[in-house]
Design a protein around this ligand. Sequence first.
Ligand code: ZN
Ligand code: ZN
Length: 182
Amino acid sequence: MHAQILVTSISSPPPSILEPVRLAVSQAFGLAASTAPLLHDIEFAYHFSRNQYHSTAILAALDQAATNQWLKILALTDVDLFIPILTHVFGEAQMGGRAAMLSMYRLADGLPDAGSGSIFSQRIVKEALHELGHTFHLKHCPDPACIMHYCRRIKDVDHKDQSFCRYCRILLDEEIARLARR
Ligand SMILES: [Zn+2]
Ligand SMILES: [Zn+2]
């Protein structure tokens, strides 16, 4: 299996966090990860009445734009995302599919100005790994410390660890092994 994960930015220029996210992805999933441009124009997903972008439409476009070389795609953006049933989402992923995305737009909420860059980075990395986890069929986990725990509020993101619980780790490793046998 030449399994590669693409870590890409929809914002231009790409944020400096892209490389730390790539590294964290490669370590967490035990797969090679690269950064490259993929999709820039997401105006098709813009909803004027909400002044937000529909994440499901962007996920479909990411999946369509990426060649077969990429096992999974993780996109970072700085625009505000929504799905119709919610006021906003931090990110969204195709369950068991290829595409996941994360918005940094709301992850700076509640941060003091000085010395908070590392908390902001940790939030981005955690939620990026969370969304990518869904593409490996991982569901939401009841363990509040697990990366797959669903965080509705930003302080819940700060409380969880940057790792999968033992249970999610087993499911993830099984899925990665299954993909390797294809
Ligand atoms: Zn989730
Ligand atoms: Zn878990």
